[in-house]
Design a protein around this ligand. Structure first.
Ligand SMILES: Nc1ncnc2c1ncn2[C@@H]1O[C@H](COP(=O)(O)OP(=O)(O)O)[C@@H](O)[C@H]1O
Ligand SMILES: [Mg+2]
Length: 307
């Protein structure tokens, strides 16, 4: 099992509905249980009023300033606008001007319309959070866990440094970008995980996303196959039963077909990628118990065998 809990940043990506938020929360809770100072980060999109990730911690939204959100985890919601401000501070040396620039409606519209400026802001905040120190000198955020936004935004974010460095190879922005790259493109520090379900379409999308991330030089640490139904049949049993189930609507056929789809999807993924594949079972629990179960899957086993 790859050591997610000892990285500096874990980026949880994948299509919506595959369990990205549940896995992000699970990794963050596991890190807290392992004694790490962890920050769970969500990137807010202005139109999204309600956050399923925050719901897992009993709130409607994650806080806009870092604060404990429960289970030993601190949380924060990053807004592209806050990112603009932090970013503008590096390019505009006068704080008063930054304030004016951020409040300017025209500039706000411009920044929101220019996609790489949005990503630049987030990228800049990411770097600030990675570097933050506590008064006594230790790291403020030993581990950052990101519930990443939709695939398109993720690729824009991971592809940003390369694109911008071609446009501006020197200067303060280039320096920030290069420093950011030294974290996010370093597999010892950052792990990007692509979450999928053991189903045909999600696996196709997962393979596309892995390709896309690689094209942006972002190393992929692992694929996480979530909600894996327990296999009740051996391979030989599958082969024997499949033709019968396909020909007749026997009792239990739906479940059997789902299990064959699970098996085929896993095989396909294993054949197509060279990154480690983690599997997370489909748990019957809900709410806090589900979080306990999912976070347990990310904790190293103790010598007694209990997580
Ligand atoms: N391993 C799991 N076992 C059981 N239910 C799960 C598991 N992972 C996620 N879920 C459920 O699947 C649904 C979607 O999960 P969510 O994390 O919100 O997905 P996403 O963030 O990708 O949209 C939620 O109802 C969640 O409780
Ligand atoms: Mg989500």
């Amino acid at each position: 099992m790859i050591d997610l809990l000892n990285k500096r940043a874990v980026l949880i990506t994948g299509k919506g509905g595959v369990g990205r938020s549940t896995i992000s929360a699970g990794v963050a809770i596991a890190a807290a249980r392992a004694g790490r100072r962890v920050l769970l980060v969500e990137i807010g999109e202005p139109e999204s009023g309600y956050s399923p990730l925050a719901r897992l911690f009993g709130r409607d939204r994650l806080p806009e300033k870092i604060e404990p959100i429960g289970r030993g985890v601190r949380g924060v919601l990053l807004w592209t606008r806050n990112g603009h401000e932090a970013f503008l501070k590096t390019v505009i040396p006068m704080p008063a001007l930054v304030g004016a620039a951020v409040r300017s409606k025209a500039l706000g519209r411009l920044l929101e319309a220019a996609p790489s400026f949005q990503e630049m802001g987030i990228f800049y905040l990411l770097l600030t959070l990675l570097k933050a120190r506590r008064p006594e000198g230790g790291l403020e955020n030993e581990l950052l866990v990101f519930d990443m936004p939709a695939t398109g935004h993720t690729l824009a974010l991971t592809g940003l440094p390369d694109i911008l460095l071609k446009l501006m190879p020197t200067g303060p922005i280039a320096e920030a970008l290069k420093e950011g790259q030294s974290y996010i493109y370093n597999p010892a520090l950052t792990a990007t995980c692509v979450v999928t379900l053991p189903e045909t379409l999600p696996v196709t999308e997962c393979l596309e996303l892995i390709e896309g991330l690689r094209a942006t030089s972002m190393p992929v640490a692992c694929a996480i196959v979530n909600k894996l139904a327990p296999q009740e049949f051996t391979e030989a049993e599958h082969e024997a039963v499949a033709p019968i189930v396909q020909a007749h609507k026997v009792f239990g056929a739906d479940r059997f077909l789902r299990l064959s789809q699970t098996r085929r999807s896993l095989d396909r993924l294993r054949g197509a990628v060279d990154v480690p594949i983690l599997t997370i079972p489909e748990f019957p629990e809900i709410g806090d118990d589900l979080l306990d179960a999912v976070s347990g899957a990310f904790l190293p086993l103790s010598p007694t065998g209990a997580p």
